[in-house]
Design a protein around this ligand. Structure first.
Ligand SMILES: Cc1cc2nc3c(=O)[nH]c(=O)nc-3n(C[C@H](O)[C@H](O)[C@H](O)COP(=O)(O)OP(=O)(O)OC[C@H]3O[C@@H](n4cnc5c(N)ncnc54)[C@H](O)[C@@H]3O)c2cc1C
Length: 145
């Protein structure tokens, strides 16, 4: 994300909240791109009248931040899927075929709980695909009777 943000600003700092999750290789890439890493825990953010952010981390006060992007991580809500023995990626959502069918008969998954990009438009498209597949499957069941 920081590498992408260089298109908006040349002056970037990553605050890692005291965690050390960059590998040595990632650190090299980040510093080669001119991005600073601040591993101190951030304990205060203030905005002044001019909308400038002032951030305190450790003993330092860092000022003149125009924008602060926050990344709180992301966990897939898949508890119900696991209860149904639905096959999921190691830490991700349901594994489906192109019609959003899972390994569990009659279970279709669309949106963030499936294993694709997490965008509204993707969720809607997957919902539409699942709807058509469910409709066709029900027709097959009806026709079999
Ligand atoms: C901060 C943030 C910014 C984002 N920005 C964008 C963006 O700019 N553009 C974009 O396209 N996408 C964006 N997304 C992603 C987008 O919001 C999701 O991809 C989309 O909402 C997925 O739709 P969904 O229906 O799968 O899940 P959701 O919209 O999360 O809907 C799931 C619903 O199920 C309910 N639910 C969950 N568990 C249960 C349960 N056990 N019982 C009953 N109800 C339950 C939830 O309360 C929720 O209402 C963003 C997401 C976040 C978090």
């Amino acid at each position: 994300m920081a590498l992408e943000l260089r298109k908006l600003s040349k002056n970037l700092t990553i605050f890692t909240d005291s965690r050390k999750y960059f590998s040595p290789r990632q650190r090299l890439v980040i510093s080669a791109a001119g991005i600073k890493i601040n591993a101190e825990k951030v304990h205060e953010v203030k905005k002044d009248d001019a909308e400038i952010l002032h951030l305190s981390s450790g003993a330092n006060s860092i000022s003149d931040l125009d924008v602060l992007f926050v990344n709180n991580g992301n966990t897939v809500n898949r508890e119900l899927l696991l209860q149904l023995n639905c096959k999921c990626a190691l830490v991700g959502g349901a594994i489906t075929n192109k019609k959003q069918q899972t390994n569990v008969c009659g279970l279709y998954v669309a949106g963030d709980s499936s294993l694709d990009m997490q965008f509204v438009v993707v969720a809607a498209a997957e919902g539409a695909k699942a709807g058509v597949a469910i409709h066709n499957d029900l027709l097959e069941v009806d026709n079999a009777i």
